[in-house]
Design a protein around this ligand. Structure first.
Ligand code: GUN
Length: 309
């Protein structure tokens, strides 16, 4: 029997631990921590993500504000908005929801955020802190995965970890965090030859490539821990029926709703080989926002001189 790693439980624990920290900031600084989110354009996925971020802020007593420039916003306009947020003393965290409209230069925009307020951990200074294993704001999704491994007491030191995907947001920082916890880390990507063979050596396998159900039974070493970062919505009937032939529950959801959410790991085959795994939905996806709250609180504590870290 493989164990399901419950993202909801980890999220609830993380968020519960936020409450006394927020209360302490309010008591000592006379104001709540504050997150500013920039949502440019009207990407439906981004709108849902941002709405959820604002909602969780409210639940935890974190102040938030949303800037919504239009789809045609220029890089200069975004830079001006960030300058203003950098200047405002009561803003602790700044998040620019990605992807930005195509004319906007994401790199320049992200690099303009004051590193102390960079709650996504994407600024080159924070990337440098991560590489050097110094304190700093860390990207939320891989930080959430480390929290999940820790809270489920899954050992990392000395284990073989394979990260599939080399994005700046998940794959690269994930590999570094596992390395800093003394795993032996391999990064695989779209040009890796013998992907299944590489993956099958992993004690901890992290799939973050954005390809639905790519990781099959033969990719998984028996007993391995499998972390699925994928969030792929299947809308094509032929693709759904072919990928989900062995996953009747998912297929039934597709037939009922006309679409279904599938991770990068095959939803039925993972249970046949893994010792423990994160489901989709209900796994890693829930942790990203929780860690954004942690980063916002940590940024506030740091800026207000309320912690030693
Ligand atoms: N778009 C997809 N993932 C993320 C994320 O972690 N942060 C931001 N800002 N945008 C995203």
């Amino acid at each position: 029997m493989s164990r399901i790693l419950d993202g909801k439980w980890v999220r609830d624990e993380i968020q519960r631990e936020c409450l006394p920290r927020v209360r302490k900031i309010v008591a000592q600084a006379g104001r709540a921590p504050r997150l500013a989110v920039i949502l440019a354009g009207s990407d439906p996925g981004s709108e849902i993500y941002v709405r959820n971020k604002v909602k969780v802020c409210q639940e935890l007593g974190i102040a938030s504000e949303k800037l919504t420039p239009s789809e045609s916003v220029t890089t200069a306009e975004l830079l001006a908005a960030i300058e203003e947020l950098n200047r405002r003393e009561e803003v602790d965290g700044i998040l620019v929801q990605l992807p930005l409209p195509k004319q906007a230069e994401s790199r320049a925009v992200l690099a303009a955020i004051q590193p102390e307020k960079d709650v996504d951990g994407f600024h080159p200074v924070n990337v440098g802190h991560l590489v050097a294993n110094r304190p700093g704001l860390r990207p939320c999704t891989p930080a959430g995965i480390m929290e999940l491994l820790r809270r489920y007491e899954i050992p990392v030191a000395g284990r073989r970890a394979v990260v599939v995907g080399r994005s700046d947001i998940v794959g690269k920082p994930m590999a570094l965090m596992l390395l800093h916890q003394h795993a032996t880390v391999t990064i695989c990507h779209s040009r890796t030859s013998n992907l299944a063979e590489e993956c099958a050596r992993a004690d901890i396998l992290v799939a973050a490539i954005g390809k639905p159900a790519l990781v099959r039974r033969e990719f998984i070493k028996p007993g391995a821990t499998v972390i699925d970062v994928g969030m792929n919505r299947l809308t094509d009937g032929a693709q759904a029926r072919s990928l989900l032939a062995g996953a009747p529950e998912k297929l039934a959801l597709f037939e009922k709703n006309g679409s279904v959410l599938v991770g990068d790991v095959h939803p039925a085959e993972v249970a046949l080989a893994a010792g423990a795994y994160t489901p989709v939905p209900g796994g890693v996806g829930l942790l990203t926002v929780a860690m954004l709250m942690v980063n916002t609180i940590a940024a506030a504590e740091r800026r207000l001189g309320l912690c030693s870290a």
